[in-house]
Design a protein around this ligand. Structure first.
Ligand SMILES: [Zn+2]
Length: 243
């Protein structure tokens, strides 16, 4: 595709320079600094300071596809210089940020960063370290490095588990910290999140794929997979997914 080749070799700074040039064809090109920062939400800004254009982007967008970064550049520079932003860029950015996966990361980020610390692995009834190491021995030859492990703040049924690469943390829904909770369900959710440790996402042109073909294939190595999935479905009653 034609559009794609524009982005192929562009760094974020180059994308921003190009958009700056388009919006301000005659202005001097400032020095441009693009940084990714840990924000509680999707807060992102561009400002001019001492002739330098400072851009700070939420780290949720670190690794976002180039067309998304380009759209963001149009939106923020448009705002900064009071230039109208072509609808295409607004739509593209909004669509990306509204994807379920993105909404979920933002929600979890807020949960985690809003607090002083991550809950430890030890819950009221269950220790996640033990669950992790047991699965590690059984399925990964004990070779997976253990990330931070924690329980979610609430008994979430919407999100049963999540791997957060920016904190290298696996968060498990508190719903499983219960003697009544099915152990198979907990083990499956943990196993799924552990696969995220060894199967990095693929970055395509328009989207980031977390559950790659290899990931799904590896997941089929979990014994009683069907039973486990059914269990989770019942547990959630309504549609829910692990991420
Ligand atoms: Zn997943």
């Amino acid at each position: 595709m034609q559009v794609q080749s524009v982005f192929l070799f562009e760094t974020p700074v180059e994308i921003w320079s190009r958009v700056y040039r388009t919006l301000r064809p005659r202005a001097a090109m400032p020095e441009i600094q693009v940084r990714y920062g840990k924000f509680v939400d999707a807060h992102t800004y561009a400002r001019l300071r001492d002739g330098k254009l400072e851009v700070k982007i939420t780290d949720v967008l670190d690794g976002a596809p180039a067309p998304i970064l380009e759209s963001l550049a149009y939106i923020l520079l448009g705002k900064l210089f009071r230039k109208p932003v072509p609808a295409l860029y607004n739509q593209r950015y909004r669509r990306y940020m509204n994807r379920r996966e993105m909404r979920r990361s933002l929600q979890l980020l807020r949960q985690m960063r809003g607090r002083k610390y991550l809950s430890g692995a030890q819950g009221k009834n269950c220790n996640l370290e033990r669950v992790f190491e047991d699965l590690n021995r059984r399925f990964f030859d004990g070779l997976l490095a253990r990330p931070q492990l924690g329980w979610s703040k609430t008994r979430s049924r919407g999100i049963l588990g999540h791997y957060d690469p920016s904190h290298n943390a696996i968060i498990i829904s508190r719903i499983f910290d219960d003697p009544e909770a099915p152990r198979l369900g907990l083990e499956y959710v943990m196993f799924h999140e552990m696969l995220h440790l060894c199967h990095p996402p693929e970055h395509g042109y328009a989207k980031r794929r977390v559950h790659t073909k290899e990931f799904k294939e590896a997941e089929r190595g979990f014994p009683r997979l069907k039973e486990a999935k059914l269990l989770l479905k019942k547990l959630c009653a309504k549609a829910c997914r692990e991420s």
